[in-house]
Design a protein around this ligand. Structure first.
Ligand SMILES: [Mg+2]
Length: 436
């Protein structure tokens, strides 16, 4: 089954003013919907990062993709591997890049978009769900976590296109407990992740403690400050939250750099504190894993089919981590239903992925969904593998057109949370790591 066409749909989706150590989310997040046509009349779809960078990389491969057999993808993978090896220069740690902009994983990101679209088309041709093309599923429904963000008032979008502020301002421990209760009541999640690195660490510690008081030890808790803390502060937080981050919780990317993570781990272990460190910053590529393992810098790898290289690479990562005795969880960025289904199929095919996956899905609304039938349903915080072929979703072309028009009107073509922060919160703000 040969690819005869490649369509890229750049889109903009309303996004609330969420905070992280990167800065502030813009009123619209940008994404790209990828669609391949085949000579058998079957289409395949995928969703990936937005803006000129990711689109340019896909365009640069257009000639190679057209004519490619959807079953024969190894040549494209090897070609990208050769290019990556030729370009390799020094440390391309994710620390300083917003997701989707790291040169190190540019090729695995590009490959992932094509591979996922190919698997969607193959699934449709064989009438099989995508995860069943990977050797079968370890689970038929995938758990996601309540992904809490400190946020300013506002629901995203601008002017007449502004969204209702569903969750309200969230800049205190009490407000975050409200946010968690509301999100859990709506989706049924039974694990919680807090995006930190925004307020003073003492306030973030108090937020986690309030969440534990409210929900008890049945709901695992994690905190991810995206490297905003020094080693000393990371150790202090690890000591303060020994109890709260136990029972399936973890401390995610507290300090910058592999060495920083290793030092945090060493100092916590020296005190008998075994809270695992998770990462989607120190570790974002297969080539990071040997060092992370050798230094014991990371105990849980946050996978993500969008940048590790697609569903099969995700499965290889899961296997790799299983052999090394490392845990596996899943990272997320703003996304719509196509990505949610790719993440769900990926997680379903990974036996070692035992934590609830991250998802930004609760932060988007029906008005921004591009799949036919509207938003994907969660049942008790879980997404089920649908009894449909491929990813199990189809594109709503009217919605795609609306979101494409909105993208065309946007003044930016790249995510820049630092610039948004200066525009709306503090004109002198810069991203300083570690900040505390
Ligand atoms: Mg993270």
């Amino acid at each position: 089954m040969k690819i005869t066409g490649l369509k890229l749909y750049p889109i903009a989706i309303a996004d609330p003013p969420l905070r992280s150590s990167y800065g502030l989310h813009a009123p619209y997040a940008i994404r790209t919907i990828v669609e391949i046509d085949t000579d058998e009349g079957i289409r395949g779809i995928a969703e990936t990062y937005g803006g000129e960078g990711p689109m340019g990389l896909l365009e640069a491969s257009r000639e190679q993709i057209i004519g490619m057999d959807v079953f024969q993808r190894t040549g494209l993978w090897l070609d990208y591997e050769r290019q990556a090896a030729a370009e390799s220069s020094g440390d391309r740690s994710q620390t300083w890049f917003v997701p989707g902009e790291n040169p190190m994983d540019r090729h695995t990101r590009t490959f992932a978009a094509i591979e996922i679209a190919c698997l969607d088309a193959i699934g449709k041709a064989l009438n099989k769900p995508a995860c069943d093309l990977l050797g079968g599923r370890a689970r038929s429904e995938v758990a996601f976590s309540a992904y809490l963000f400190y946020k300013h008032a506002g629901g995203g979008g601008i002017d007449g296109d502004a969204r209702e502020d569903e969750y309200g301002e969230g800049l205190s421990p009490e407000a975050m407990v409200r946010q968690a209760k509301q999100m859990i009541a709506t989706y049924g999640f039974d694990e919680i992740k807090l995006k930190g690195g925004v307020l003073d660490p003492d306030v973030e510690i108090e937020t986690i403690r309030e969440l534990r008081r409210e929900f008890g030890p049945r709901i695992p808790l994690r905190i991810d400050p995206n490297c905003a803390w020094s080693v000393d502060t990371s150790v202090m937080v690890g000591e303060s939250l020994v109890e709260e981050l136990s029972n399936g919780g973890y401390l995610e990317d507290p300090a910058p750099g592999m060495e920083g993570m290793a030092e945090v781990r060493k100092r916590l272990l020296a005190q008998g504190i075994d809270t695992p460190l998770a990462s989607n910053v120190a570790v974002t590529h297969f080539r990071h894993i040997p060092e992370a393992f050798r230094l014991d810098a990371v105990q849980i790898v946050l996978s993500d089919p969008h940048y590790w290289g697609g569903l099969r690479a995700q499965q290889a990562l899961d296997h790799f981590c299983g052999v090394l005795g490392m845990g596996v969880s899943m990272h997320s960025n703003n996304h719509l239903g196509v990505s949610l289904m790719a993440m769900t199929h990926a997680a379903a095919a990974c036996p070692h992925l035992t934590f609830a996956c991250d998802t930004h899905y609760p932060w988007q609304t029906q008005r921004d969904e591009v799949v036919v039938g509207g938003r994907i349903a969660f049942h008790n915080g879980r997404v089920r593998i649908p009894d449909k072929p491929g990813l199990g979703v189809d594109l709503d072309y009217d919605q795609l057109a609306r979101l494409g028009e909105r993208y065309a009107k946007l003044p930016y073509r790249k995510r820049d949370d630092e610039a948004e922060m200066r525009k709306h919160v503090d004109p002198d703000w810069r991203r300083v790591l570690p900040r505390w």
